[in-house]
Design a protein around this ligand. Structure first.
Ligand SMILES: Cc1cc2nc3c(=O)[nH]c(=O)nc-3n(C[C@H](O)[C@H](O)[C@H](O)COP(=O)(O)OP(=O)(O)OC[C@H]3O[C@@H](n4cnc5c(N)ncnc54)[C@H](O)[C@@H]3O)c2cc1C
Length: 389
């Protein structure tokens, strides 16, 4: 199907990966993004071995090896005492066990690298200021209409426009997401400012009643990424860039150990944000005719496993391989859904379970990290570049 023209909506991690994978396989792709300029928020991203393999497929393996951090140790910590509940030395073990590295990277750095790679293949591939509105289709093609009045026609359309996807609303549903009663704080702080509080391991999650606090290094240990997730009904806004105050963050974590409080106190005021966590059930179909979905548009998930972006990257690679292999859009999309639906549904449901486990486990009576132990191999050993399609 190499002569097909493919339209991708949304230049996030998933849309860029799909575009790059399709380019690599010889397709011409146009990627439409609503934003006026390309960029990502200041936050960290965990790239587990399954996601690393997707990045290796699209040629970003060397970039990751150079730009990302490889946490050499991880620990789970008691919220009040600061005692280590469990600790793992990781150096080299992911590569050995799963055949690919486990990384942590600044979202903006990975996003920039994906954009640069797409544009190196085709400098006109990405069109900004294109806010997708709706689509129509028939047996020969699909036409997207943007809110600026422009229309564009292609053979296939991929909706990679995130958890509030307009493509999904256009072809599948407009079901409202459910508020989970939880919210997250995120912040970024220079490592130098929090050195005394970073002693236990270079990646830690501290757990306490109804709350957790994760922090890890980025940019070769120059920055520390911070995420705190807490039960609260105080606000219900979902955006990624809602400013938060240090006082709000400290109020939620009153009584936590000095490493947590020290880090929160050091986050610069303009680097602290908050957002409410919403949940959506898995949907049975992602495709209608010549249009399909990927990433958060198809299966938005809670952040407790840190796998949302990983699933978007996997989708992008598998979908490109299906489009390459099959003669018709119907066969390609059917094969893509067959390869991806059960896996992403399982990860979505396990992310929920992991959240419940964090929120309900009692660190005073810690019984071991249940987490995702039993599913780690199928989860992280997955290779989107070689699974059968
Ligand atoms: C607290 C938190 C921590 C996380 N940590 C991790 C982690 O460590 N590891 C991990 O794998 N995942 C993580 N995730 C999940 C991850 O961020 C998402 O799953 C991932 O960004 C989804 O990628 P995407 O490309 O599907 O969507 P997005 O990244 O949301 O990209 C969608 C793109 O579409 C564009 N767009 C939207 N609407 C339109 C429109 N109408 N027209 C045109 N363009 C449009 C947007 O501007 C955006 O560029 C985390 C999520 C949260 C909330």
């Amino acid at each position: 199907m190499r002569d097909l023209s493919v339209l991708v909506i949304g230049a996030g991690m998933g849309g860029l990966t799909a575009t790059l994978a399709l380019q690599k396989l010889g397709f011409k792709v146009k990627l439409y993004e609503q934003a006026l300029a390309l960029g990502e928020v200041g936050a960290g991203l965990t790239i587990s071995p399954n996601a690393t393999r997707a990045l290796e497929f699209i040629g970003l393996g060397p970039f990751m090896a150079e730009a990302a951090d490889k946490p050499s140790s991880g620990a789970l910590v008691h919220y009040r005492t600061g005692d280590v509940l469990t600790k793992t030395e990781r150096d080299g073990s992911f590569l050995e066990q799963y055949g690919a590295e486990y990384y942590q990277i600044h979202r903006a750095d990975l996003h920039d690298a994906l954009v640069a790679a797409v544009c190196a293949n085709d400098k006109d591939a990405i069109l900004l200021s294109h806010n997708f509105d709706t689509l129509t289709q028939n047996e020969t093609g699909v036409t997207a209409t943007f809110t600026n009045g422009e229309t564009v026609t292609g053979d296939l359309l991929i909706g990679a426009d995130g958890s509030r996807s307009s493509v999904r609303a256009s072809i599948i549903d407009t079901i409202a997401p459910k508020f989970t009663g939880q919210a997250a704080f995120r912040g970024m702080v220079p490592a130098e400012a929090v050195k005394p509080y970073m002693t236990i391991a270079n990646s830690t999650t501290t757990m306490g009643p109804g709350r957790l606090f994760t922090r890890y290094y980025l940019r070769h240990e120059a920055l520390v990424n911070v995420v705190g997730i807490t039960k609260t009904e105080a606000w219900k806004e979902e955006g990624w860039s809602i400013p938060a105050t240090r006082e709000e963050f400290l109020t939620e974590y009153a009584g936590w150990n000095e490493n947590v409080i020290g880090i929160i106190n050091a986050i610069p005021k303009d680097k602290l944000f908050k957002w409410a966590l919403f949940d959506r059930d898995p949907i049975p179909e992602w495709t209608v005719g010549r249009a399909t979905l990927l990433g958060d548009a198809a299966h938005p998930m809670l952040p407790f496993l840190g796998m949302g972006a990983a699933m978007a990257l996997e989708d992008g690679v598998v979908l490109a391989r299906c489009i390459e292999k099959y003669k018709s859009p119907a066969e390609a999309f059917a094969s893509y859904e067959a390869a991806r639906k059960e896996r992403t549904k399982g990860v979505l449901l396990d992310s929920r379970k992991q959240g419940v486990w964090y929120q309900t486990s009692n660190p005073d009576n810690f019984k071991g990290f249940s987490g995702t132990g039993e599913m780690r191999m199928p989860l992280m050993g997955y290779d989107p570049g070689s699974i059968p399609v």
